[in-house]
Design a protein around this ligand. Structure first.
Ligand code: NAD
Length: 519
């Protein structure tokens, strides 16, 4: 690690920091050298954002929306350059980068369009006649400074799911990209700060776990996407600091193929749903359960189609591969361990199963004769593997699908809508897709959130995806200018009895209790 002085305009930090190199996982070349920020840099960046946030909040939803749309224009005007950075730091194929800007376009437009509605103060009615003396309202105010920490699998798409609703809500945002892929995002943050005339209400903190921990220590609310291991640490620190914490963690999404499914569509869905981005997506298909009558046909077609996919690093400007490299050595180790463990316990590989000699490439791999004693069916793989298990019935498929500590997303494939809903309602996961894989994640009015160890609460989507960055303020105002109230000092027996009678009269069940005849 080099030790050059660094001052980055995307953070506002002016403290000398060591640097770290970001390398392309496909060929090992250095893509960028960035500051490894520590506590002092993070504190400086946080102070700058806090100073700018009141002006940002005062702009209101429409004023903030103008800046967000200008940012989107700038991103689209620089799309090719930004996506080249994404490809270089992640090693993904050109095709797999298309989702990155799609998410930016969709999420920014969705929250800009709806911010005014989601953030509008609301009046509420009291629930009993005594409340008629009061006017009750709820104000929505942003958390001043929000922290957003995210992983490496979508360098632009991941933060774009979280950052636009936070900014649109009026918060300032301290972001922390993964140390493996900070380059494209940091450039987008620079665009916001330097190219569109917006106030400096966002910063990109570069570095590893220590920088992330420093972010948690500075903010008023933290949103984290990443591994369950890191999520636990962040939850503990957030609890110590008494700040709200929203976690989106790993997944082991099941795909259930019933005997009346359109098998060709299910096979194509499994191929894309399990292998897009080299399987490095939290909502990718991680395990497949196929009903006996269609199992052989499904496996034959899956094997043929998976084996025909093209894997490799796209030369600049080409779209010649379907998916690219794994993100790092640790990811390769997990994939190799899961495949070897399955083989050791009796599974067979119908295609793939061996990493390429050069670079971090692993071919699409179909595993059969798998069961729940194997790591590939229980632990998150986050790689290009498709383990397939034969099941006798719908009930067996549901039982196995739910036999997991995770519950992020899932899919059910059948031509019978009633059967789909019956099975879907039994699945213990935050989302169920019918005859599609991972589709829910791109329908932004829907809530996106993991159940069980996959997460806590709604990560994005709908009003909840914006309101989690806000605080509700109860506004309770008197309609009449009375000198005193029945339950205020000084207490007297008469006032106390009158008060108790009023409470019973308005809230008790049955005439006897209302009139206090039971003593
Ligand atoms: P990770 O947990 O190792 O790192 C995620 C981020 O946390 C990185 O920016 C890292 O620098 C930071 N970090 C590490 N230690 C920290 C600490 N102590 N305090 C604060 N921040 C810290 O995860 P990863 O390897 O980058 O990503 C892969 C994981 O992310 C997988 O488990 C995957 O399922 C999950 N993921 C989940 C979703 C989802 O929406 N549920 C989406 C994408 C990825």
């Amino acid at each position: 690690m080099a030790t050059t002085a660094n001052r980055t305009p995307t953070s506002g930090g002016a403290v000398i920091a060591p640097t770290f190199e970001v390398r392309c996982p496909a060929d090992g070349r250095v893509v960028a050298t960035l500051p490894e920020m520590g506590k002092a840099n993070v504190a400086l960046a946080a102070a700058e954002l806090r100073a700018a946030q009141p002006e940002w909040e005062a702009l209101g939803p429409d004023g903030r929306g103008k800046h967000l749309l200008n940012w989107l224009d700038w991103i689209l005007d620089n799309e090719q350059r930004i996506l080249a950075l994404v490809q270089a730091e992640s090693g993904k194929s050109a095709g797999d980068t298309t989702i990155e800007t799609m998410v930016a376009v969709e999420v920014i437009n969705y929250y800009v369009k709806n911010a005014r509605k989601f953030l509008t103060d609301r009046s509420v009615r009291g629930h009993n006649p005594a409340a008629l003396a009061k006017s009750l309202r709820v104000f929505i105010r942003p958390q001043p400074l929000v922290g957003i920490i995210f992983p490496w699998n979508y360098p632009l798409g991941m933060p774009m799911m979280d950052v636009p609703p936070a900014l649109a809500a009026g918060a300032a945002v301290l972001t922390k990209p993964s140390e493996f892929t900070p380059v494209a995002w940091t450039e987008c943050v620079r665009g916001f700060r330097e190219e569109i005339g917006a106030p400096p209400v966002i910063a990109s903190i570069t570095g590893g776990g220590e920088a992330g921990a420093a972010v948690v220590d500075e903010v008023d609310m933290i949103t984290f996407t990443g591994s369950a291991r890191t999520g636990r640490k962040i939850a503990v620190r957030a609890a110590e600091r008494l700040i709200p914490c929203n976690l989106e963690l790993g997944g082991k999404d099941p795909m259930i193929v019933l005997d009346d499914a359109n098998i060709d569509r299910a096979v194509n869905g499994a191929i894309w749903g399990g292998l897009f981005n080299a399987g490095q997506a939290c909502i990718s298909v991680e395990r497949i359960y196929v009903q006996e009558p269609v199992y052989d046909e499904f496996v034959d077609k899956l094997t043929a189609k998976a084996g025909a996919l093209r894997v490799g690093m796209d030369p600049a400007g080409s779209w010649q591969n379907d998916f690219g490299a794994l993100a790092n050595d640790a990811q390769m180790d997990i994939v190799e361990r899961h495949v070897q463990d399955a083989i050791d316990k009796g599974a067979s590989v119908t295609t793939g199963g061996q990493r390429d000699a050069n670079g971090l490439f692993y071919p699409p791999t179909v595993l059969v004769d798998v069961d729940h004693t194997m790591a590939c069916m229980r632990e998150e793989t986050f790689g290009p593997t498709l383990p397939v298990m034969k099941v006798r019935s719908e009930e067996e498929a549901i039982r196995l699908a739910n036999d997991s500590q995770y519950g992020l997303s899932s899919s059910v494939w059948t031509s019978d809508p009633e059967r789909a809903e019956r099975v879907g309602r039994c699945i213990e996961a935050g989302a169920v897709n019918i005859n599609n894989a991972a589709a829910n994640a791109f329908q932004f009015p829907l809530p996106f959130g993991g159940w069980k160890e996959s997460g806590t609460g709604s990560r994005f989507g709908g009003a909840a995806g914006m309101l989690k960055y806000c605080r509700e303020q109860a506004y309770c105002s008197e309609r009449f200018d009375l000198t005193s109230e029945l339950h205020w000092y000084p207490y007297t027996k008469t006032k106390g009895e009158l008060f108790n009678r009023a409470v019973r009269l308005l809230g008790a069940r049955g005439l006897r209790r209302r009139l206090g005849l039971n003593g």
